[in-house]
Design a protein around this ligand. Structure first.
Ligand SMILES: [Zn+2]
Ligand SMILES: [Zn+2]
Length: 142
């Protein structure tokens, strides 16, 4: 993705487009299916940018979440995963291989995913996830 576009995406959300933020956003946008952890993001970008500090990655991801550029998933109960897709969508967490992936055909309607209010309570985010064993792991164990 070209740097100008990435800069504009950050500026549109009121985030100052530093070189490091641009790099982190660029990488995150290639990870729409994998939902990497902060450490995984750090490892990849640090290998190309050895001066990058781990704290910068953590702070940047928090900034992205606060400004609606990324969403954070706490499905595994162990570590936060980051998703550049901010529109609500269902996920599956495999307890064996620890992958978190998108589910396209869950029988949950958009009305539920996009609820803004429920019983007088204001909703900020709707999370739908399934926990279990993925089909690849099922194949391996059978
Ligand atoms: Zn699995
Ligand atoms: Zn996702």
């Amino acid at each position: 993705m070209d740097v100008e576009k990435l800069k504009q995406m950050l500026e549109a959300k009121g985030i100052r487009p530093t070189f490091q933020r641009i790099k982190i956003l660029e990488y995150l946008l290639t990870q729409k299916e994998t939902h990497p952890t902060a450490d995984e993001i750090y490892e990849v970008i640090h290998s190309q940018m050895p001066t990058l500090a781990k704290a910068t990655v953590y702070n940047t991801l928090n900034t992205f979440v606060r400004h609606g550029i990324a969403s954070v998933l706490m499905i595994s109960g162990e570590e936060a995963r980051y998703d550049p897709v901010v529109e609500p969508h269902p996920h599956f967490f495999c307890v064996k291989c620890k992958r978190v992936f998108n589910i396209q055909s869950a029988p949950i309607d958009d009305k539920c995913l996009n609820l803004k209010e429920i019983e007088g309570n204001k909703i900020f985010e709707v999370h739908v996830y399934f926990r279990g064993i993925c089909k690849e792991c099922l194949k391996k164990s059978s």
